[in-house]
Structures are given as C-alpha cells and as structure tokens.
Design a protein around this ligand. Structure first.
Ligand code: GDP
Ligand code: MG
Length: 441
C-alpha cells in the first residue's frame, strides 16, 4: 500500500545521520513511484515531488543535525497542504433555506452521505433539515432516502410519482420555504459513468435551487477513476466541496491527494462507515500521517522534544547503546508516557513499536495499570531495578505484597521490560535513536 511504501522510504531516511542531495533525490524517486501506484494523478505527483525535493535539498536541511527527520517533516507538511491544510466546514450562511446539493456517480454514497450530513446538522447545530431525493432513475431511490429520514428523525419531501428532477427540486424549495426549514438537502441521481445527460440534469437543478453548497461525493476506493470523475464534475457543476466516502476501509489515500488538486475545492467530510454517524470532518494532517504510514509521527516527535530533556535523552541513548535498559529506565519511560497523555494518546503514533505496543496491550497496560506498574517498581530495591534478573520467586512475593499487587502483575512488568528492551534494540539498529528513539530516552 501507499502507506507501507512511504513508511519504508521514510524509515530509511529517518535512520540516516547525514544525507546527501543524492539520498534525497533517490528517496523522492521512490515517493514518486509510491504515489503513482496509489493512483495519485500524474500532474499532481509531479508538482508535489518537485516542490518537496526543492525544499528538502535546501542547505539548512541537509546540514542540520537531523536531516532525515526534517525531510520527513517537509513531506508531511507538503502532503497536509496538498490535502487542504485545514478542516473546512459547511458554509450555510445564506437566507434560509440553505440548499445543499449532493452530486456524484451511482453508488458513491450520495444518499447515505445526505442522511449523515442531515443528522449532523440536526444533532450538532440544531438545524431544521428537509431532505429530498431527485433520483427518478433508480427504482426505490426516493424510498431509500425516506427510510433513512425515519431512522434519523429528519423530514423527507413526500414522494410524487412522475415528476422530473427540477420539478422535485422546485417543490422541495417551496416546501422548505413555507415550512421554515433551515436547510434543504437535495440528493441527486447518479450514473454508472459521467454522461452529458447527467450533467445537463445537474446544471438544471443547480440553476433552479441555487445551492449554498454543492458537494461532490466520491468513493475513495475507486482511485484514478475518482479523479477523472472529479475532473468532469468540476468542469460542469459549480462545486463547493468534496466528500470522500469509504475512508473507513483500506483507502489508498491516492484519491484524497488528487481530489483537492483536481477540483481546487476543499474536502469537507470523510465517510467512515455505513452507519449514519460515520461522518467526520476531513482532517488533512491526520490523513497525511496515515498516507505516510507513520501515524502522527511528526507531531509526536515535536511533542517528545518538548517534554524530554535533551541531556536525559543523551544519557538514555548511551545506556541503550550498551544494552543497559533497566527497570529504572522503564519506570521513567512509563512516567513520560503518562505525562504525554497515556497509552491511548500514544497508540498508533510510534512506527516500529507496534510489537511492543501489542505486548503492552496484552499485558493489560492501560493507564490505570501504569499506576500499578509504578507501584511495583517502587517496591523493588535499587539493585533489583538495575538487575531484574536477580528477581526470584521469593523476591516477587515481597514486591507484590509491598505494592499491593500480585505476583502475576509483577511478572507482567518484568515481561514488559524484556519486550521493550528488545524493541528498543531494534529501533537502535534502525538508527532512530536521535529522533524517534528520543521518545524513549
Ligand atoms: P448513492 O448511489 O451514491 O446514493 O450511494 P448510497 O448512498 O446508496 O451508498 C452505496 C453503498 O455504499 C451503501 O451500501 C452504503 O451503505 C455504502 N456507503 C456509503 N458511504 C459509506 C462509507 O463511508 N463507508 C462505507 N463502508 N460504506 C459506505
Ligand atoms: Mg442514491
């Protein structure tokens, strides 16, 4: 996947102490291939890679102490910018009823997203919402919306057989005005492919309803096709934003990257499931992190750098280099984790540490457990913390009693220490001590 490929490229870069221009160019070639394979449109890839390369081979970057880290941050920032930098909310600041028109191919998720947005507006902004389906092509399409409306307790326009889309739109507009609705959502018909008849229909409805928002709904799993679809719609309908559906699945991310560049419009929402609460504001930095396959590593590194003293880190690095990660170290690690927002906040943030995390999760290391673990290590003697291997059965009982825990829990701490020192040796081998490894020391 795109994530895996980029993760590899950046794993390598991060691990390097010094970088040459050739290193950066080689990495960018891989980035280019990875993006193309993920269905990002060629012109988008080209301008992205050019821009990033230029920034990354800047003198200050290559001469800095952590060039690999910096290059990764440059790429991450560029990705975020490409995705739109900030979350974009709906703009419904017009005389009511504010019309939201949903367009897109058949099966892209228009009807579902119509209901999701209606629910969101109703629940979060206390808006009075009316939904109307203009889909006269697909049998039972209008009923589908009515059923969803019942589920979320949002009104739908009564169905009248034999009307054309613009007629329904006009009727809906009238009803919304007369009955004092804040928002009118128009769910339009799709096609299997973009054709002129569809476009004509969209334009006619758009003229009739004068929407405040026209949202293109795109299935993020359809890759390059999605890009072409977006292109066609952009040319013919005045879009104000994009919704990417099926972001809950194994979305390749490529569609998301191209979408902003191709339409010139912000991605406003991500659909994250079939359920009607599966809708999120699109968050570019999070998606960028996901595409880079490194969790939210950049902000993690920034946060870690703020919280961990450099000399403390240096001392820890030396110890780890000698394979001397003892229980005192584990204890201070765990305390650092607590300072940084607990295990939950760290989950998924640390590439290469998945295994240690899994081990921790298995040993039940949730935030409450962190407190117990601290107590257990507090009940050990200094000698025991420095040399865990001397902790025999008798000592374990004493430690358990002293900390108000059980021998089983003591064992878990010891096991976790082992797993973590193994994981750290691995990170060290990857050369990540200076940057990522700094988190742990
Ligand atoms: P339309 O033809 O564009 O109106 O598409 P529909 O709204 O009828 O959706 C087609 C299918 O996609 C339905 O089975 C939906 O449940 C599903 N779907 C829509 N959005 C999402 C999403 O964000 N995630 C997932 N997993 N499924 C979705
Ligand atoms: Mg539909």
């Amino acid at each position: 996947s795109l994530s895996n490929r980029l993760g590899d490229v950046f794993g390598k870069l991060r691990g390097r102490g010094a970088l040459t221009e050739a290193d950066v160019r080689a990495a960018m070639r891989e980035v280019r291939i990875a993006l193309l394979e993920a269905d990002v449109a060629l012109p988008v890839v080209r301008s992205f890679v050019d821009q990033v390369t230029e920034l990354a081979i800047g003198q200050n970057v290559l001469r800095s102490v952590t060039p690999g880290q910096q290059v990764v941050k440059i790429v991450s920032d560029a990705l975020t910018e490409m995705l739109g930098s900030e979350t974009a909310e709906l703009d419904l600041n017009v005389a009511p009823p504010a019309v939201i028109m949903m367009v897109g191919l058949q099966g892209s998720g228009k009807t579902t997203t119509t209901a999701k947005i209606a629910k969101r507006l109703k629940d979060k902004e206390r808006k009075k919402v009316l939904m109307a389906s203009l889909d006269v092509n697909r049998p039972a399409a209008q009923e589908q919306l009515a059923v969803l409306g019942t589920q979320i307790d949002v009104a739908t326009l009564p169905i009248v057989a034999g009307q054309q889309p613009t007629e329904i739109a006009n009727r809906a507009l009238q009803a919304a005005k007369l009955q004092g609705y804040d928002v009118l959502m128009l769910d339009t018909a799709g096609r299997l492919h973009v054709d002129q008849q569809l476009m004509d229909e969209m334009q006619a409805v758009s003229r009739a309803a004068n929407p405040a928002e026209t949202l293109l709904v795109v299935d993020s799993l359809t890759g390059q096709d999605a890009v072409q679809v977006a292109q066609r719609f952009t040319e013919q309908v005045p879009l104000t934003g994009v919704v990417l559906t099926r972001m809950d699945g194994d979305a390749r991310g490529g569609a998301a990257l191209s979408m902003r560049a191709v339409t010139g419009k912000p991605i406003k929402f991500a659909g994250t499931g079939e359920k009607l609460d599966g809708l999120e504001l699109f968050q570019p930095s999070r998606i960028a992190g996901r595409i880079l396959g490194m969790g939210d590593v950049v902000s993690l590194v920034e946060r870690a750098a703020e919280m961990i003293q450099a000399d403390e880190a240096e001392a820890m690095a030396k110890k780890m280099a000698k394979g001397q990660f003892d229980l005192d170290d584990l204890r201070s690690q765990l305390n650092q984790m607590r300072r940084m927002g607990g295990l939950g906040a760290l989950a998924g943030m640390i590439p290469g540490l998945k295994k240690a995390q899994a081990a921790m999760a298995q040993s039940g290391a949730d935030d409450k457990v962190l407190v117990h673990m601290d107590a257990i290590m507090g009940s050990m003697t200094r000698k025991e913390r420095a040399k865990p291997e001397i902790i025999n059965a008798k000592r374990k009982i004493r430690i358990a009693n002293g900390s108000g825990t059980t021998v089983q829990q003591v064992n878990k701490v010891l096991k976790m220490h082992q797993e973590m020192s193994t994981a750290m040796k691995k990170i060290r081998k990857m050369g990540g001590l200076k940057g990522l490894g700094a988190l742990f020391g």
